[in-house]
Design a protein around this ligand. Structure first.
Ligand code: ADP
Ligand code: MG
Length: 252
């Protein structure tokens, strides 16, 4: 039977409403609202320090919000009784620093959370880890250690590690920003493939060509607010706000 909190896929999978977040006296999110539908690919761009990472961190409850509401699949993230582990299973996150365990192989890194945190069957987890590493095009690299892999390869292990929790949404925070130019593309190919398979994705990125190609919807943030949003075609061809124009003119 339906309850008040029942969520169905025709409702937003993420609902961010008037979110405010301060660190000490500094308000870094000043009333941010955003709806994400299942299967959407959302790209967020904006100057450094505008609150993009903070927004993603609020969505998977890595940092608490001060005001407003964030719902993931209809559940309030800011509820102190929220099962954070359950939330983070639903919402995977990949960071600029891939933070793999250096003394574990690629395969072991991917297997770790499902076996240790979720206590899933080791054999099944291992089979899934092989499949996921193949999916991110790392077949044959399963037994390598992070130090033996390029930055782009390590980042794809990190993506596979997130996917191992079978998330419904993936958050990507500038995941190619620290990579050598020649390995950026292979990570973008992996993300594009996930997006095409219907994974709901929120990406903070400076890869404008990629954003324009992949996004269903663009957001531009500046100093804690969303200044402008729209479908990528319009957003890039015809930015309305002077701050968006200025930013795009510097970066494109
Ligand atoms: P962006 O990802 O757009 O570069 P961030 O969300 O990382 O922006 O940061 C927004 C602002 O919040 C910055 O001024 C940053 O210094 C500050 N900030 C972020 N995280 C913390 C924190 N844990 N403690 C204090 N200040 C923080
Ligand atoms: Mg950031």
């Amino acid at each position: 039977m339906a309850t008040a909190s029942a969520w169905s896929p025709d409702q937003p999978i993420i609902e961010v409403s008037d979110v405010h977040k301060s660190f000490g006296a500094v308000e870094v999110l000043k009333g941010v609202s955003m709806n994400v539908r299942k299967g959407d690919v959302i790209c967020i761009i904006g100057p450094s320090g505008s609150g993009k990472s903070t927004l993603l961190r609020c969505i998977n409850a890595l940092v608490p919000i001060n005001q407003g509401s964030i719902k993931v699949e209809g559940q309030e993230v800011n509820n102190p009784r929220l099962d954070k582990l359950a939330l983070r299973r639903k919402v995977g996150m990949v960071f600029q620093q891939y933070n793999l365990f250096p003394h574990r192989t690629a395969l072991q890194n991917v297997m770790m959370a499902p076996t240790i945190v979720l206590k899933q069957n080791r054999k099944e987890v291992e089979e899934r880890a092989y499949r996921l590493l193949k999916k991110v095009r790392l077949e044959g690299k399963e037994l390598q250690y992070p130090g033996e892999l390029s930055g782009g390869q390590q980042q794809r292990v990190a993506i596979a590690r997130s996917l191992a929790m079978s998330p419904d949404v993936m958050l990507f925070d500038e995941v190619t920003a620290a990579l050598d130019p020649e390995t950026v593309k292979e990570v973008l190919v992996t993300i594009r493939q996930l997006a095409e398979e219907g994974m709901t994705c929120l990406l903070v990125t400076h890869e404008m060509g990629f954003a324009r190609e992949i996004a269903d919807h663009m957001y531009f943030t500046d100093r804690g607010i969303i200044v402008e949003d729209g479908p990528p075609k319009e957003f890039f061809a015809n930015p309305r706000d002077p701050r968006t124009k200025e930013f795009l003119s510097q970066i494109l």
